[in-house]
Ligand binder design. Structure first.
Ligand code: ACO
Length: 323
């Protein structure tokens, strides 16, 4: 049976660190409020002129180096982003060109903060059906460009960055012992649009719009939906949650991470958290957290790793991998 196995991972963050105290100099907020409500201590904000494709390219190069392959071996590039450089073409094609890749296919996936999980499900399907052997999957965002910097209830939560993995076909036995993606589970409910959206777009206002959010409602749905996605993914492979070594969640808010772990009786020590350093980087947050835990040696070959996310739409989902 063909499995999609991660053979390399990499990340790229803007150099510009913005702390809570930096924000407090510009708006009516405080380090105490932001840390207490969210766990966020700092975030990276792209400098003027620094684009999503710049971060995506940095993460892509790091992932290719980690995998020990060059772009010539890729069949496809998928970029999960809600902050593309341009309305079209896809940011993935910009990365493709900058990698010097003149073959294969490149396209973007838009599922906001769940984009990396959605992209992983697409990549997994393409690899398992034999349509592609090697896929570069990127999550990249410049969320700072979508924020209303006059709205302290939202602008303190987000940051910019990119993470990427290289997925490659690998022959397994079709059991849970196989390395690679064991299953993915995707969900959405478009009726919940008004809880998290941008008040603009190409076909409506011909502007980009700014992020709007009903924070308390998002919080409640996040814990419920993420817990359901985790349970669905574990059940799909008939694996008890207690056997999963690492949970790599979308990094929206430490209280969402803690609430979800509590709801499912997951040991908090198994939950990778980078929210303090990165804030919410939307589709980049899962791969950024993943790369952190790979590089610091927590995630090791053979571990069971569950990735999960929720975002605007609402969209949510999970992916279970044997590392
Ligand atoms: N600094 C200081 N005070 C603030 C700030 C701020 N940045 N923002 C709001 N406040 C004030 C409010 O004005 C309010 O003051 P009041 O009581 O005088 O009216 C008070 O703090 C409480 O505001 P609430 O909105 O009730 O705060 P809450 O406890 O709900 O926390 C938060 C807000 C952190 C946004 C929370 O609702 C949350 O985490 N929601 C989840 C949202 C999220 O993570 N979204 C990410 C996208 S979706 C996803 O990725 C899963």
């Amino acid at each position: 049976m063909i499995r999609a196995r991660v053979i390399g991972a990499g990340a790229c963050l803007p150099s510009n660190v913005v702390t809570n105290d930096d924000l407090a100099k510009k708006m009516d907020t405080s380090d105490e409020w932001i840390q207490g409500r969210t766990g966020i201590k700092q975030r990276r904000i792209a400098l003027p002129g620094e684009k999503t494709s710049d971060l995506a390219l940095g993460a892509a190069r790091a992932a290719l180096t980690d995998a020990g392959i060059d772009a010539g071996e890729l069949d496809m590039i998928i970029c999960a982003t809600t902050t593309p450089d341009e309305s079209f073409p896809a940011t993935a094609t910009i990365v493709q060109a900058r990698l010097g890749m003149a073959h294969g296919a490149a396209f973007d996936v838009q599922a906001v903060c769940s984009g990396f999980i959605y992209g992983m499900a697409v990549a997994d399907s393409l690899i398992r059906t034999g349509a592609a052997r090697t896929i570069l999957l990127i999550g990249a965002e410049t969320m700072s460009r979508l924020l209303d910097w006059e709205d302290r209830t939202t602008c303190v939560l987000f940051g910019d960055g990119a993470g990427a993995v290289v997925l490659q076909a690998h022959i397994g036995l079709g059991t849970n012992a196989d390395q690679g993606i064991l299953n993915t589970r995707l969900f959405s409910d478009g009726r919940l649009h008004d809880m998290l959206y941008t008040d603009g777009g190409v076909s409506s206002t011909q502007t980009v719009g700014k992020l709007k959010m009903q924070g308390k409602e998002v919080f409640k749905h996040a814990v419920t939906n993420i817990a359901a996605a985790i349970a669905a993914s574990a059940a799909a492979s008939n694996i008890p949650l207690s056997e999963i070594d690492w949970f790599v969640p979308h990094q929206a808010n430490q209280r969402i991470l803690d609430g979800t772990a509590k709801k499912l009786s997951i040991d908090p020590a198994k939950v990778i958290s980078t929210v303090a350093l990165h804030g919410n980087t939307s589709a980049a947050s899962v791969p950024l957290a993943l790369v952190t835990a790979i590089k610091d040696g927590r995630i090791k070959r053979g571990n069971l790793v569950l990735l999960e996310a929720m975002g605007g739409g609402f969209t949510w989902g999970a992916a279970l991998l044997r590392w």
